[in-house]
Design a protein around this ligand. Structure first.
Ligand code: LFR
Length: 493
């Protein structure tokens, strides 16, 4: 077709894609151009991202798109949060790129609080405390004297890094910078005070840019390899979760009294509300919610929940035992298994980066006074029910934080395809669940590119386009009583 396409490079923690998006008869149409694995690489005792492999795959995807489509109007990258690349003054990377599950951050929060008290960090940033946050990675690097930090001249988040490879230009985009725990959410610029109190090199943190503008064009060396000569790079909301939230199919934006919340469902489940202002108060700190940056100055008040990670990792560990089953079979067996045989809190530390997930669950069952799972079905079901129970607890906290009832839960992203989980969520939370779009992150990325080129006017307009372009499915709550008992037991885990 002749309509210009926008290319979204969407990198998740387990796979990446290049997706082409265009307007066809007033609908947003998405086509997957290239999909590739994103597997961590262990070097000595550390976990790294294979950024060279990712870049090769991205270029492969761009080249395929250039061959497939007549006009490529723009390109933009979104990725997972918190991880970063350091570059020197000769435009070289200063070292390998760590994975947020790398063990060097174990205990780093406590070390950091010894320098700046927890409460002061929260007041400055409004962010939830997670060991994987950039701040604790940098504190570990600083205290351990990592050379790559000492010789750094520039700090880039993952999306910024790939934009830099494409254009040769350095930038720091606001939504992903907001996941570092070094950004002041009121000004959406770095907290220079925190940076200096942690004795981090201030010069590497350049001013933060809001999404929606053009960074530059594909530089000649990359154009020669991809065929994308002079194509603009438009900075989307480079944090994947921020892009996904843009694609929630509602008809308002950052409402005063939110009556909907979202769950961006993938490796993680990010559950929260979109607000006009950050909520930095004692309650938010106590419940460990985060005020991450959304599009156009909005706030994503949300909580990280351990997501489908456990479900995915059960499969990995069964694969090692040559006993893996397909995703569909896993869901079927979960459906057939007896409810609440095994309660799993997806946010238990034991599940962050175990060598073997099934072993971790078996020992967790023992530790929490539960029977060892007797079948794969029990394992699968436990992983899904645990999520639904966490959603229920999280919804309650969200309602306290925003001060009103939330009527509808929007599940977007890959996990919205799991109908069993959607129905469990509706039942456990006693709320209507609207599932879809599946490709929320890519759709949100492309919507911002379309705003950048003037094809779309506003977020409300973008959401209307997304709502009419992609199907959603509604799940009504039923059968709450069984979940009430389980929720009580869950609390005591
Ligand atoms: C989801 C996500 C989350 C972030 C986690 C780690 O893909 O971006 O929002 O907390 O990954 O970066």
């Amino acid at each position: 077709s002749l309509a210009p396409v926008h290319l979204a490079v969407d990198l998740g923690a387990s796979s990446g894609r290049v997706i082409a998006g265009s307007l066809q008869n007033d609908q947003m149409e998405l086509a997957e151009v290239h999909r590739f694995a994103n597997d961590p690489v262990t070097i000595q005792q550390s976990m790294h991202w294979n950024v060279h492999g990712l870049w090769a795959d991205i270029q492969h995807g761009l080249r395929t798109a250039a061959q497939q489509f007549n006009t490529v109007a723009s390109v933009g990258v979104d990725t997972w949060g918190v991880d970063y690349v350091l570059v020197d003054d000769q435009d070289q990377m200063t070292g390998p790129v760590r994975h947020y599950r790398d063990p060097r951050t174990r205990g780093a929060m406590q070390r950091a609080w010894g320098i700046v008290p927890r409460q002061e960090i929260f007041e400055a940033t409004g962010l939830q405390f997670m060991e994987l946050n950039t701040l604790y990675q940098l504190v570990a690097a600083r205290l351990d004297g990592e050379h790559s930090l000492e010789i750094a001249d520039g700090f880039l988040m993952m999306g910024d890094f790939f934009h830099w490879l494409m254009t040769g230009k350095r930038s720091i985009e606001a939504t992903n910078a907001s996941t570092t725990q070094l950004l002041d959410p009121r000004t959406r610029q770095w907290s220079r005070e925190l940076i200096s109190r942690f004795q981090l090199p201030g010069k590497i943190f350049q001013n933060v840019t809001e999404p929606g503008s053009q960074l530059g064009v594909i530089q000649p060396s990359v154009a020669a390899l991809t065929g994308l000569d002079n194509v603009p790079v438009i900075i989307p909301a480079t944090h994947d979760t921020a892009s996904a939230v843009i694609a929630v199919p509602v008809n308002d934006f950052a409402p005063e009294k939110p009556n909907w919340c979202y769950i961006s469902s993938g490796t993680w489940s990010l559950m929260g509300c979109e607000l006009a202002q950050p909520r930095i108060n004692a309650k938010c700190a106590e419940l460990n919610f985060t005020n991450e940056g959304g599009i156009q100055g909005s706030t994503r008040l949300l909580k990280n929940i351990g997501g489908l990670w456990i479900f995915q990792q059960i499969r990995k560990s069964l694969e090692r035992r040559q006993a893996a089953e397909s995703w569909d079979v896993m869901v079927e067996r979960a459906l057939a298994a007896k409810p609440f045989e095994l309660l799993i809190n997806p946010d238990d530390e034991a599940f962050v980066a175990p060598t073997d997930m099934v072993d971790a669950i078996v020992s967790y069952a023992g530790r929490t006074g539960q029977k060892a799972p007797e079948s794969n079905g029990v394992l699968y079901r436990g992983a899904l029910e645990g999520l639904a129970l966490r959603y229920r607890a999280c919804l309650e906290m969200l309602e306290t934080l925003v001060g009103n009832r939330i009527d509808v839960i929007h599940i977007v992203g890959g996990g919205s395809q799991n109908e069993l989980l959607c129905q469990m969520t509706a039942d456990a939370c006693d709320r209507v669940v609207v599932a879809g779009p599946v490709e929320a992150t890519a759709a949100g990325n492309i919507a911002v590119q379309m705003m950048g080129t003037g094809q779309l006017g506003s977020i409300v307009e973008a959401r209307e386009l997304i709502r009419t372009s992609f199907g959603t499915k509604q799940f009504d709550p039923a059968d709450r009583s069984a979940w009430d008992d389980a929720a009580e037991k869950f609390k005591s885990l």
